[in-house]
Design a protein around this ligand. Structure first.
Ligand SMILES: [Zn+2]
Ligand SMILES: [Zn+2]
Length: 156
């Protein structure tokens, strides 16, 4: 399969061994601009690799999560590309929109320091790479406001 140049360049920035299958899985996530479920990755993969099976997809996804290339968003059971995989940032914050599942990824050294401090205090070993916050994204807030204005205008 011939991948577009931007994707090939993206792959080159990742210092990873990419088998043909891993590359195909990564390409699906690269094309999807929002979080995607393993099941949908498999369905897309079957279009290029008709003999793909669920375990191979899960293995590839686990590999990318362990390498810090993908985030698994537990609350919506979906996967999304990490925005800055090369930095391997600990304790990234993922703000997940309840309405559209859009994810805003951010990092703050203070947050990281705070979590490390809390964990140390309780002799707890942290092994989670990201923290999920649930809420409403800017687009969905604006959409709701537009709708309210619109229904208000109609009544008056
Ligand atoms: Zn990330
Ligand atoms: Zn949203």
């Amino acid at each position: 399969m011939n991948y577009p140049i931007p994707f090939t360049e993206y792959c080159e920035t990742l210092v990873l061994k990419l088998t043909a299958l891993r590359k195909a899985v990564l390409y699906i996530l690269w094309c999807t601009k929002k979080p995607i479920k393993a099941y949908d990755v498999l369905n897309n993969l079957l279009k290029i690799k008709p003999n793909a099976t669920p375990p191979t997809v899960y293995r590839a996804l686990d590999f990318f999560v362990a390498s810090g290339i993908l985030h698994k968003i537990e609350s919506i059971q979906s996967y999304t590309l990490c925005c800055e995989p090369m930095k391997q940032l600990p304790t990234e914050v993922l703000m997940v929109c309840n309405l559209c599942h859009h994810v805003v990824e951010t990092y703050d050294t203070l947050v990281h320091a705070l979590f490390t401090k809390l964990a140390d205090l309780h002799l707890f070993q942290l092994n989670q790479d990201a923290i999920e916050l649930k809420g409403t994204c800017q687009r969905c807030i604006e959409k709701a406001l537009d709708f309210r204005h619109w229904s208000h205008d109609r009544k008056t």
